[in-house]
Design a protein. Structure first.
Length: 563
């Protein structure tokens, strides 16, 4: 709709002798009009005329176009230079029909590109906690938004499976005299925190664990055996959590898989003369003359020969380039790793592996408790992610009186929606406060509110026969507001795609649900006598639910059969 308005206005500009393309935006004053155009101000500067004069001229010319009423109800000039447009019902309904026929008709047709999505990134052998939810939710949602627009995605979990934590756990296994069969999830949950604490106090043990890790990476047979078992047990547990959150991965690769690409990488880096020796270690200078803040060199290989996080990430870019030749690689990783990615992306660019602007770090903020610090239980522990899922379920069940007959599966879907909507409605780079009580409210901007709206509309639709013809009438303000909201959908999807931010979708679907609720609170459909009016409204509600459902799918939220 905005594009069509822009082309109508641009044509008018041309006829008046103004060589500018028009820009139309949603009105800042919805009480006055639907859309506005502020070009009179820039035209005034360009043509050394008064914006009042230009604005009035444009309005007059617009009023005399052919088919004015197919597009507009009214167009007015508002001093000092605004052009306010109220679109006609006919124009609105043209788009409503288009949407109903082909849901994606309003989205731009872009050339399909290939995106590798790197998210999840759990560290094997470490328990998952609340912070791990964000990469999963944002990552899976961004992947779905990208696919919705017709692009190709390849998602890779990129597990942290070869780092110091593995050496620490193996050290623990050997110290405790455990056999390979003793390694189960209960043991891992206990041993990692214990070893991690021990290494903080004891330099000597820490050093031993580092040596052990290096030997594992170099191929020590005994350690490799234990490592494989640790992977098996831990990945099974990680998968369970990811499944619960609805994340899908095409690839289950990890840092360890990048080691076989290191030789090729080193050759490339040497060819570009990028490796320098600094205090026995190999580093890559990634600073730029334009840097305002110092960007330190990327540490590529320690003096003992060990490779690091940045080296495995660089090798992984090379592997992805070789395997998929993607147009983009997106990393959904904590904001606190922004320097790491800056270094890795610069090094990739310098080594001519993939250019800097094809690599994006989609950073996200921290999940905090009410005290504004990273979320912990009352007793000060970081709870396991699974425990939080259970807690959310408990709270939901305790709040709900009629839950007795509800299927377990539906309860899980609602709890899932509670957590996801609470997370995804926040702009990803911001921190947010984790408050299960607030999240599970049926009123307010919550998952249950959206589900409730959908199910209520579904109930109305279930027993009705809907004719596929929509008239050109719009019956009242609530009706009109809802139809305009529906047409907005494509611009929010585009915004979410361009900025890689699912919260635009969450915002939109919430506002759409508000419009739906206001609509049916004021318009009694069930016992309506006017069949034509009734059909038009059912048509609009059916479309609303289609949009809500699709948007929920982009947020990885499933709809229960009842609430
Ligand atoms: N395992 C890493 C961590 O927990 C996250 C991995 C993110 N992906 C990447 N390619 N670096 O910090």
């Amino acid at each position: 709709m905005i594009q069509e308005l822009e082309s109508i206005l641009s044509q008018v500009f041309k006829e008046l002798g103004y060589e500018t393309t028009a820009k139309v935006i949603k009105s800042n004053r919805p009480d006055l009009c639907d859309y506005q155009c502020d070009n009179a101000f820039s035209l005034a500067k360009l043509y050394h005329q008064n914006p009042m004069e230009i604005g009035n001229k444009i309005v007059d010319a617009l009023k005399s176009i052919d088919n004015f009423s197919s597009f507009f109800e009214s167009v007015t000039f508002a001093p000092p230079g605004f052009i306010n447009m109220t679109v006609s019902n006919k124009f609105i309904n043209k788009y409503i029909r288009l949407l109903k026929e082909d849901f994606k008709a309003l989205l731009p047709k872009e050339k399909p590109e290939t995106f590798v999505l790197d998210f999840g990134g759990a560290n094997v052998a470490k328990p998952l906690h609340v912070g791990h939810m964000r990469t999963i939710m944002v990552g899976e949602s961004v992947a779905r938004i990208i696919r919705f627009l017709g692009h190709i995605t390849i998602s890779d979990v990129h597990l942290g499976d070869f780092g110091l934590q593995i050496g620490q756990v193996i050290y623990g296994v050997l110290r405790d005299g455990k056999s390979i069969d003793d390694i189960d999830i209960k043991y891992l949950d206990k041993i990692y925190p214990e070893m991690s604490a021990l290494c903080k106090e004891n330099e000597e043990i820490k050093e031993k664990c580092a040596i052990l890790t290096k030997e594992l990476q170099d191929g020590n047979k005994e350690y490799q055996k234990l490592w494989k078992k640790i992977l098996e047990v831990s990945i099974q547990d990680i998968k369970k959590n990811y499944d619960y959150l609805g994340a899908n991965f095409d690839l289950w690769l990890g840092e360890s898989d990048s080691y076989k690409h290191l030789d090729e990488l080193v050759t490339l880096l040497e060819k570009q003369n990028l490796l320098e020796i600094s205090e026995g270690a190999r580093v890559i200078d990634v600073s730029l003359e334009t840097d305002k803040k110092e960007v330190p060199p990327l540490l590529f290989q320690k003096s003992n020969g060990a490779y690091l996080y940045a080296s495995t990430d660089l090798a992984t870019i090379l592997q992805r380039k070789n395997d998929y030749d993607p147009d983009h690689i997106l990393y959904v990783v904590d904001n606190r790793q922004s320097l790491h990615f800056e270094q890795v992306f610069r090094a990739s660019d310098k080594a001519l592996i993939m250019p800097y602007n094809s690599l994006e770090h989609l950073g996200y903020g921290t999940v905090n408790g009410e005290d504004g610090k990273p979320y912990k239980t009352r007793s000060g522990e970081t709870p396991k992610l699974e425990t939080l899922f259970e807690k959310a379920k408990e709270i939901f069940i305790s709040k709900k009186e009629t839950n007795k007959d509800m299927k377990e599966e539906d309860v899980d879907k609602i709890v899932n929606a509670i957590l996801k909507f609470a997370d995804l409605q926040n702009s990803r780079e911001k921190d947010y406060i984790f408050d299960l009580n607030k999240f599970s409210d049926v009123s307010g901007k919550t998952g249950p509110y959206i589900l409730y709206t959908y199910l209520r509309i579904n109930k109305i639709l279930k027993d009705s026969q809907i004719n596929t013809k929509l008239t050109d009438v719009i019956y009242n303000k609530y009706d009109r507001d809802l139809r305009l909201k529906l047409i907005d959908f494509s611009s929010y999807v585009m915004l979410a795609f361009k900025e890689r931010k699912p919260h635009y979708i969450a915002d939109y679907v919430y506002n759409l649900c508000v419009a739906c609720n206001i609509f049916y609170q004021n318009n009694y459909i069930s016992n309506m006598e006017d069949e034509v009016n009734k059909n038009d409204w059912l048509y609009v509600l059916e479309l609303s639910n289609k949009v809500i459902k699709e948007m929920l799918d982009l947020l990885v939220i499933e709809i229960p059969s009842v609430m």
